[in-house]
Write a protein that binds this ligand. Structure first.
Ligand code: OAD
Length: 245
């Protein structure tokens, strides 16, 4: 296995795959999931983020996501989001970002080559597979009667991958991992699959770094752990590559 003298150096041949989790938005004031004693903004996950919860009480699910829309609208990108957008600006299509986050802070920092594998907070879609494409939506709904309806009659639901549903864009993500030479994993506990396995899908030659204040569950799979808050660590780490095109 080739480990460079400065393993965080990103060379002209390198392709960088980045995976981010809730921790990258923590310094923007958005709460992470596992820091909340098993509750998610005070709710049990199964009450608000499963297909069963939607069938049982769609208005409760929408109240939860309406609150999250409100919170994310008020949040601003932080230094970690900006550092990743700057890296992309420097290395162009040799950069790819996969986020587990549903907020839009990466986009607002300037990231372009990104996928939201768990969906997007400001996108909605029809609950039925009627063929209507997911669409931009900032509306908030509090009651069953208020929930917007599709032309087909189905209710409009959040474009979020709930527990038990299949993550989005997996083929593209697998392709990007397969051709990467550097993997940066930022602010994710390494406990939710399939994202927790990405570091294992990358070949042994790939330099794999974890950035966050504590060791993730899958820590042993990384080349190096850089322990610290993403907004403090990432700008220096990426500047240190000094590889502007
Ligand atoms: P978690 O809440 O599980 O983990 C957040 C991670 O961020 C922890 O490892 C913290 O140590 C770290 N962290 C906290 N502050 C940080 C900071 N300032 N800088 C860097 N890291 C920091 O969140 P995720 O791993 O993202 O799924 O959770 C993965 C998925 O589980 C989510 O996408 C969501 C959730 O249930 C769905 O919504 C489907």
């Amino acid at each position: 296995m080739t480990v460079k003298a400065d393993p965080t150096q990103i060379d002209a041949q390198d392709r960088v795959f980045v995976l981010t989790g809730a921790g990258v938005s923590a310094e923007s004031g958005l709460k992470t999931f596992r820091d909340q004693g098993g509750l998610w903004e005070g709710h049990r996950v199964e009450d608000v983020a499963t297909p069963e919860a939607w069938e049982e009480d769609a208005a409760r699910v929408w109240r939860f996501y309406s609150e999250r829309r409100k919170g994310a609208e008020k949040a601003e990108p932080n230094a970690a989001h900006r550092a990743l957008a700057e890296l992309e600006a420097a290395i162009g299509d040799r950069f790819f970002l996969c986020t587990q986050n549903v907020d839009d802070l990466h986009e607002r920092a300037g990231s372009q080559r990104l996928v939201h594998m768990h969906g997007e907070l400001f996108v909605s879609r029809c609950e039925d597979a009627c063929g209507r494409a997911p669409f931009a939506d900032r509306a908030r709904y509090a009651t069953e009667d208020a929930i917007a309806r599709c032309a087909c009659g189905g209710r409009i639901r959040p474009h979020i991958v709930w527990f038990g549903e299949i993550p989005l864009e997996m083929e593209r993500i697998e392709r990007e991992i397969a051709r990467s030479t550097v993997m940066l994993v930022v602010g994710t506990s390494g406990a939710v699959y399939p994202a927790a396995n990405f570091v294992r899908w990358a070949g042994p030659q790939v330099r794999k770094y974890y950035i966050g204040p504590e060791e993730p569950v899958n820590a042993h799979a990384f080349t190096r752990l850089v322990l610290g808050n993403a907004g403090e660590v990432l700008p220096g780490l990426i500047q240190a590559t000094g590889n502007r095109e």
